[in-house]
Unconditional design. Structure first.
Length: 257
């Protein structure tokens, strides 16, 4: 696919995807979702990719969905546009590798929903977050009502969803909406360090921990523990990643994945 909105750079096994529609503050439209679906497929097929970072070009990460595209939709078309975004952001969780949001500026509406679809979020001190949909007489459509409450708890989620307030990086960090905050000039450098750190770990164990945590959120505690036990056991046995990792530890050498 020819990409008009997305840019891809792969450095030391880290795929950096930049959303580049700066004149529209990187607003999400149908073209974006189609390109992101193709990008996810391309990176998933690349055996050298160990992690994926998503960031924005200009002063916004993503400032929301493209209202100019949405305004003339009817109810059925609105639901279809919602499902389009939900499916794209769900695909981040289905990738074997970690997907990290490097939030450089405004992450509002669909932009925050995109960030929440990632495995975790690293923010600039200048980043701003919010779900302003009720100001337009709407609600989030890309799973924001579901992910926000799971990440920050029902009280903070309902506060942000109902007030449409915009918060800064410090409040986002306090809520657990983001995991780290850095000055703008070192945001990508520090996010790359985190991604490279993860890339040195066992690739099968990274894949499994992502899968078990995400699936476990939809299970009871007992079901989640059983899933964990099964996946834990799969990493044992001759020639397994776990056996290599434990042997390397005892032999005081780097594991060979």
């Amino acid at each position: 696919m020819d990409y008009e909105i997305l840019k891809l750079e792969i450095t030391d096994g880290i795929a950096i995807v930049t959303i580049s529609r700066p004149k529209a503050m990187n607003a999400l439209n149908t073209r974006f979702f189609n390109e992101m679906d193709a990008m996810v497929a391309e990176i998933s097929a690349n055996k050298n990719a160990k992690a994926m970072i998503i960031t924005g070009d200009g002063k916004a990460f993503v400032a929301g969905a493209d209202i100019a595209e949405m305004v003339d939709k009817n109810a059925n078309e609105g639901s279809a546009f919602s499902r389009l975004g939900q499916n794209t952001f769900r695909s981040f969780g289905e990738m074997d590798i970690p997907v990290i949001a490097a939030i450089n500026g405004f992450a509002l509406g669909g932009g925050l929903e995109l960030a929440m679809g990632c495995d975790f979020r690293i923010a600039s001190t200048k980043a701003k977050f919010g779900q302003p949909e009720v100001s337009l007489g709407l609600i989030p459509g890309y799973a924001g009502t579901q992910r926000l409450s799971r990440l920050v708890g029902m009280g903070d989620a309902l506060y942000l969803l109902m007030t449409a307030d915009m918060i800064g990086a410090d409040d986002a960090l306090r809520m657990g909406l983001v995991q780290k905050v850095f000055e703008p000039e070192i945001l990508m450098e520090e996010t790359l360090k985190i991604a490279k750190n993860i890339s040195r770990k066992g690739p099968k164990s990274i894949k499994k921990v992502k899968s078990v945590v995400r699936k476990g959120l939809e299970m009871s505690q007992i079901e989640g523990e059983e899933l964990e036990a099964k996946q834990f056991g799969d990493l044992f046995g001759e020639g397994s990643e776990g056996k290599e990792g434990m042997t390397a530890f005892l032999e005081k050498r780097r594991p060979e994945w």
